[in-house]
Structures are given as structure tokens and as C-alpha cells.
Design a protein around this ligand. Structure first.
Ligand code: AMP
Ligand code: ZN
Length: 471
């Protein structure tokens, strides 16, 4: 069975066919964070979705190259740095570091490349130059360089591939210099913004004078530089469809680097926004959460990831703190079954249970229907518990289930029971025992085992290494 995805460009669910003639390699670009502040859990819904899609492609046997940029020059950043009185670079470095820490807590696989916009200024200038050479960009009286929608349309291109636009409203040559704007106020947008006093030290030399790039051109330049002028998939949250992605198409296709007839991006896939307590997240409503806020409430990355991937990416997802308690209960049920299966399986190895794998992948193939996939997992947990109660699971069967779960979890990224459940001094004893065993000091290893036992913990040696279990 093949994967199907909803392509915003064609507004339909399509069979996924990579551009690679061998059908193997897949190139993905996901718009990364604007590092002006801590990312909120809405941002993370999009990044966790990108991670899930990437992992599922790997599960299907594709070789994925995943690029996620870091937007470290943009209007919001300049403003935030100015307000906090530090340089933009110090400001973005701090939040970039925080972002990757959070990313790891949520078990998102590191992208293969995470380019920073400020490291690609040359590529950005080169691309703007190309648009100037082709007559699609112009320098305005304010010194900034703009993309001309009129010229682009006159050259036979289509502006409005991802959204419908009302061109009757558009006045030729009208300009918008902000990085973010509404569909109703679309106009020629800034590629290069001439230096102004508020930019402080954020400027670079260019053929059009000192200034800084607009947000949209950054992604066009970085994605094409790293993945080529045409690539398979471009991801982001639904708010990026317009203007950001529409403008990316205009810049990238306007520069004419693609082989004729090929689009810049084959599949545009967008995640719906996360609502919190039924509303759009906002500081004034008190429903604004960063990952750190939730960790401070005692939840862990595993529980938060579970909630973020519990709904289909195109469905609205209403995040509530209560849903994290639900995640804890659901994961405890899963852990309990997995723990019992591990006890039964012992050292036995077996092929992955094909029914469980098929139920999971047939759900995921349908536009990444994760809620149906979780449904299949929990049906299996229920059935497993019934069989466990009746003591009807043989070691071979248990090993087959565990092997299937390991494959499924390579996509879900939920992992095993959280380590923080094991007090740190207990974990340290286990580490010491491992070290003793490695040094072939079996007497000490046994003494440590006894010490753990006295503290109420048993060590189970599993094929994946030792596991601690409360006695
Ligand atoms: P930004 O850092 O603002 O550029 O956003 C990073 C990513 O988060 C983008 O792909 C946005 O579309 C996405 N995003 C922003 N708000 C939300 C939200 N409430 N739910 C889901 N994704 C969001
Ligand atoms: Zn982008």
C-alpha cells in the first residue's frame, strides 16, 4: 500500500510518488522556528508532525533528507532584540539553543541540516540578483528591493497557487514591507529591506546597499541551495500557506532554476493549528504554553508528544492540560502490556507480528491517519491484556508483538517508560552494576543487584539492555 497525502497545491489527497526515478530518495524542507522567543506548543505541533511524517517515510523504506531552517533574521527578532537590549545574534543564539533542547525532549529526530538564514546571505543575494536580472524584482525609492507580482504574472507565472486571491483588489506596484501580512492586503513584497536605524547592527552589504533579507526569500534560498531547485515536500503550519509559501513559490519559480515543467515543490503539506483550551493561544487569555511551562507542571516530553500526535495533522487539535492526564493513563496501559510481553518473551526473538504492523500502516497510509493508527494500537493492547489474563501468549508470540511495536514506535517515537520514573540514585546503582559487569567484577555486580533489590527494584536483563522494575 502506498502513502497518500493532502497536497495544498492541488487541494486533494494524492498518492505520494517521490521525484527520484528510483522511487527511493525523498527530500523534505520544513520551515523552522523564528528564534525570537521560546517556541510554544502550537509550533511544536507542526514540528512533531514533520517528525512523524519523516519517520513514517523512513518506515516505508524511503531514504529521507530532512532540512529545517532556523529563521534568525526577521521583523519579530529585530523587535525582540531591540526590546531586550542585546544584539540580535545573542538573542537568537539563546532561543535557538532552547529550541533544540525542547526538540529533543519531544523526541524529534534531528533534521539532517538546520541552516541559519544569516549563514546564507550570499545565496539570498544571488537569488534576488537572479530575480532582478529576469526583470521580476525592482528597487524602490526607499532603497528596498521588491518582488513585482504584476511582472511575474505577465511573464506567464501564476501567483496564487496555494490560495485564491482577488486580483481586482490589487493595485499595481503597491508594496508591503512587513514579513507577515493578510491575504486581503497582498502586494509586491520585500526581498531585501534597506537598512533603517531600528535594525541596529543587523545589516549586510549587497548590490542594493546595506540591508537585510525579507523572510520569504530566506526559505527559497536555503531550500534550493540544499535540496535543489525542485524537491519533494515542503512542510509547515497552515498559517504559512499565505503569504510565506506562496511567496516562496513566486521567488523560486520566478528565478527559473527548475527543469522546464517541474514545480519548485511537488507536495505542500500543512498542519492545522493547535488550539489551547478551545481557543487560539494568547498570553492575555492565559492559555499560552511553552514546552517548559508543561514540564514545570510535572508532565514529560513523552506525554506531551503523545498529545501532539494524537490527532490527524489536518484535524483541529484542542490541547488541554486534562489531555496530558489522559496521555499518562493511556501510556501507562501501553507500558504495562509491553512490560508483561517482555517478561514472557524473555530472550526469544521473532519476526514482527504482521497483523499489527498492517493495521498500523494501512491507517498511516491514508493521509497519515494517526488517530486510526492509535486506535489499532489500543485495540491490540486490549486484546493483548485479555490474552495475558488467560495466559494465552507464548514467548514466540510475545516476541513477535514486541518486534512489531518496535517498528511502530520507530514512527511514533513514544519510547519506553520514562526514565525519570526511576529515582536518580537507583539509576546510578544500575549504571555502577553495568560498569562492574563490563569490568568482569561479578561479585560487585551481584552486590549492587542486591542493593537495588533491598531498595525495591529488580533488574531485568532484556535483549535491549537492563531494565529496572519495581518489585
Ligand atoms: P514561527 O516560529 O512563528 O515561524 O513558527 C514555526 C512553525 O509553527 C510554523 O510552521 C508555524 O506555521 C507553526 N505554528 C505557529 N502557530 C501554530 C499553532 N498554534 N499550531 C500549530 N502550528 C503553529
Ligand atoms: Zn519558511
Amino acid at each position: 500500500m502506498g502513502l497518500k497525502l493532502f497536497n495544498t497545491r492541488t487541494r486533494s489527497v494524492e498518492a505520494f510518488v517521490p521525484r527520484d526515478p528510483e522511487g527511493k530518495r525523498v527530500a523534505i524542507y520544513c520551515c523552522g522556528p523564528t528564534v525570537h522567543n521560546f517556541a510554544h506548543i502550537g509550533n511544536f505541533r507542526t514540528f512533531v508532525f514533520a517528525d512523524l511524517l519523516r519517520r513514517y517515510l523512513v518506515f516505508k523504506g524511503y531514504e529521507v533528507r530532512h532540512v529545517m531552517n532556523i529563521t534568525d533574521v526577521e521583523d519579530k527578532i529585530i523587535l525582540a532584540a531591540r526590546t531586550s537590549g542585546i544584539s540580535a545574534q545573542e538573542h537568537t543564539a539563546r532561543f535557538e539553543k532552547a529550541f533544540f533542547e525542547d526538540f529533543e525532549v519531544l523526541k524529534c529526530a534531528p533534521p539532517h541540516e538546520t541552516p541559519r538564514a544569516t549563514d546564507f546571505i550570499d545565496a539570498i543575494i544571488e537569488l534576488i540578483q537572479k530575480l532582478m536580472d529576469r526583470g521580476l524584482a525592482y528597487q524602490a525609492g526607499d532603497g528596498s528591493v521588491y518582488f513585482s507580482i504584476e511582472k511575474y504574472k505577465n511573464a506567464g507565472f501564476r501567483y496564487g497557487q496555494l490560495v485564491n486571491l482577488n486580483f481586482d483588489q490589487m493595485r499595481v506596484g503597491e508594496r508591503v514591507s512587513a514579513d507577515e501580512y493578510e491575504k486581503e492586503s497582498f502586494a509586491d513584497f520585500a526581498l531585501w529591506k534597506a537598512r533603517v536605524a531600528d535594525d541596529a547592527s543587523v545589516f549586510w552589504p549587497s548590490p542594493w546597499g546595506e540591508g537585510r533579507p525579507g523572510w520569504h526569500i530566506e526559505c527559497s534560498a536555503m531550500s534550493m541551495k540544499l535540496l535543489g531547485a525542485s524537491f519533494d515536500m515542503h512542510l509547515g503550519g497552515e498559517d504559512l500557506v499565505f503569504p510565506h509559501h506562496e511567496d516562496e513559490i513566486a521567488q523560486s519559480e520566478g528565478a527559473g532554476l527548475q527543469t522546464s515543467g517541474e514545480p519548485f515543490v511537488k507536495y505542500w503539506v500543512h498542519a492545522s493549528h493547535l488550539l489551547v483550551e478551545g481557543k487560539k493561544m494568547s498570553k492575555s487569555l492565559g492559555n499560552f504554553y511553552t514546552l517548559r511551562d508543561l514540564l514545570a507542571k510535572g508532565f514529560d516530553g513523552r506525554e506531551i508528544r503523545y498529545v501532539l500526535i494524537s490527532a490527524n495533522y489536518r484535524a483541529s487539535l484542542n490541547f488541554t492540560v486534562e489531555s496530558l492526564n489522559g496521555a499518562r493513563t493511556a501510556l501507562a496501559r501501553l507500558d504495562e502490556s509491553l512490560g508483561k510481553l517482555a517478561e514472557i518473551a524473555g530472550n526469544q526473538q521473532a519476526d514482527a507480528d504482521s497483523n499489527l504492523l498492517a493495521a498500523f500502516s494501512s491507517a498511516m497510509d491514508e493521509d497519515l491517519n494517526i488517530s486510526a493508527a492509535w486506535g489499532a494500537v489500543f485495540d491490540w493492547v486490549r486484546e493483548t491484556n485479555r490474552l495475558l489474563n488467560e495466559e494465552k501468549i507464548a514467548p514466540n508470540k510475545a516476541a513477535g508483538f514486541l518486534a512489531a511495536w518496535a517498528r511502530i514506535d520507530s514512527v511514533l517515537g513514544i519510547g519506553a517508560r520514562r526514565e525519570t520514573d526511576v529515582p536518580s540514585q537507583i539509576g546510578a546503582l544500575l549504571d555502577q552494576r553495568q560498569a562492574a559487569r563490563k569490568a568482569k567484577d561479578f561479585q560487585r555486580a551481584d552486590a549492587l543487584r542486591d542493593e537495588l533489590k533491598a531498595a525495591g527494584w529488580a533488574i531485568e536483563d532484556t535483549p535491549k539492555g537492563p531494565r529496572l522494575k519495581r518489585i
